[in-house]
Design a protein around this ligand. Structure first.
Ligand code: GLN
Length: 484
């Protein structure tokens, strides 16, 4: 398995040490060998990937290659990709061939990247274990009986097992950071609005954000540079210029103030996970940073607030899947109502239906004030906690998830227990802040993630802090046995 960074691979391609066709072939062979077990891809685009690689080779020879020319990557199957099935992990879209590219997909095309395929995910990105996918669960490359995390579990497992160089993911409540933590890779959820959501199938529009999933912070910086930027087709896209993330990587951390929320590092946190997080924090102190205890007093309200806001938005977004224009349609409908009911009843899985029902209830006339409006108020309070904290500190750090990857099936029948997997990640989505997960010392052979939360549009500082730790340690270089 190749362990070089994207920039090292790009350099080798330019130097003619190997071609993109050879590199792409190598990844396709690994996918053929390992994907039947891991189930990290829903669709593999062998033919088009090799064509894209050939084109990249020609461009590289001609000297007009883009930033990622010839680099084999994968996209979460939530991003529309022209001419390729875009299932969103659902039976509802099992037959859906996207007629256009998502903004993110077209940015990678323009940069010359090769798309190996589309990765597995929880149905409509609802889940924390990838077990709600219509295509079956993804297996964790570190332990075949454990989950890969979710909802971007396919991307996380593919990066960890070397089935692509890097991948895209989306994060509504933790879906980039939590699977990154479970699979031992680097994942970044940018500030809300930093990456265009055009062509990214909507779950909860005020929370969804796409971002990179990579082996290292250095690779994430490069990926984010390609993905980020204003797009007029997304009305929430930020007009803010894109920073030079790679240039920020090497900055000195002397004087960096790191806030450690006492609500994250409390007695309820697993002792061994706390010890791994503390070890990384100590390393930051050695690098010149200062640790400041902070409080985010509304932390306990993040999960309940999210589970009103996200289902409410999902119930509205998913009303477009009606069996009429595209997607699944039931057989021989009797009339229009029967068509709607059976198409949705047969096309959606259990978790998606649960969310639609909760959301519709929370938005209904009699309950709107009691649930939805109340949740919006709490959302403000949670944002205010962060605003106050960022007056005292530059970055916030703590655990990404309360446990390491759990067993397949272990939480499948207990939705609330599953929802609690995102207890540390959800608040950043509610506030719209950028968050990142990087691997730290494993516990019992399973990866552990350190979460970094930054102020709005401060992705450069997140990447800088993550990169400096990765220069001083080798946790991010560890690879699972399946990939040797
Ligand atoms: N696990 C959370 C949920 O099920 C978050 C999912 C996500 O970030 N897409 O909603």
């Amino acid at each position: 398995m190749r362990s070089q960074s994207i920039s090292a691979l790009a350099q080798s391609l330019r130097a003619g040490e190997f071609s993109s066709v050879e590199l792409t072939r190598e990844y396709l062979d690994r996918i053929a060998a390992l994907n039947p077990q891991l189930n990290s891809y829903i669709t593999v685009c062998e033919e088009s990937a090799l064509q894209e690689a050939e084109l990249a080779d020609r461009r590289i020879r001609g000297g007009d290659a883009g930033l990622l020319a010839g680099i084999p990557i994968a996209h979460k199957d939530i991003f529309c990709s022209e001419g390729v099935r875009t299932s969103c992990g659902s039976r509802m879209l099992d037959n859906f061939i996207a007629p256009y590219d998502a903004h993110v997909v077209s940015r990678f095309r323009e940069a010359g990247a090769v798309m190996l395929g589309k990765t597995n995910m929880d149905e409509f990105a609802m889940g924390s274990s990838n077990e709600t996918s219509y295509y079956g669960a993804v297996r964790n490359p570190w332990h075949p009986e454990r989950v890969a995390g979710g909802s971007s579990g396919g991307s996380a497992a593919a990066v960890a097992a070397g089935l692509c160089v890097a991948a895209t993911g989306t994060d509504t409540g933790g879906s980039i950071r939590q699977p990154a933590a479970f699979c031992g890779i680097t994942g970044l959820k940018p500030t809300y609005g930093r990456v265009s959501r055009f062509g990214m199938i909507a779950f909860a529009s005020s929370l969804d954000q796409g971002g990179p999933m990579t082996r290292s912070a250095e690779d994430a910086a490069l990926m984010l540079e390609v993905m980020a930027g204003f797009d007029e087709r997304d009305s929430t896209s930020a007009e803010q210029p894109v920073a030079d993330y790679r240039a920020a990587l090497e900055q000195d951390l002397k004087g960096l103030r790191i806030g450690v929320p006492k609500e994250y590092m409390d007695a309820a946190l697993d002792e061994e996970i706390a010890a791994s997080v503390q070890l990384a924090l100590d390393e930051y102190v050695r690098l010149g940073a200062e640790l400041v205890e902070i409080s985010l007093p509304n932390t306990h309200l993040a999960v309940p607030t999210y589970y009103v806001v996200a289902p409410a938005e999902c119930s509205s977004n998913l009303s477009r899947f009606d069996g009429v224009r595209y997607g699944y349609r039931c057989r021989e409908p009797k009339d229009l109502e029967d068509l709607y009911k059976r198409s949705r009843g047969e096309g959606f899985g259990q978790e998606v239906k649960r969310r639609i029902m909760i959301g519709t209830y929370a938005l209904s006339a009699g309950y709107y004030d009691a649930y939805y409006l109340k949740a919006q108020k709490l959302r403000h309070r949670i944002s205010d906690d962060f605003r106050a904290a960022f007056e005292k500190v530059d970055l916030i750090m703590g655990p990404t998830a309360p446990s390491t990857a759990f067993g397949l099936g272990e939480k499948a029948d207990d939705p609330v227990n599953m929802y609690l997997c995102d207890i540390y990640t959800i608040a950043a989505n509610l506030a719209g802040l950028p968050g990142m997960s990087i691997p730290v010392r494993p516990v019992d052979g399973m990866p552990v993630g350190l979460q970094l939360i930054g102020n709005y549009f401060d992705e450069g500082r997140l990447l800088n802090a993550a990169h400096r730790l990765q220069q001083e340690s080798n946790w991010h270089l560890a690879t699972p046995v399946t990939s040797e």
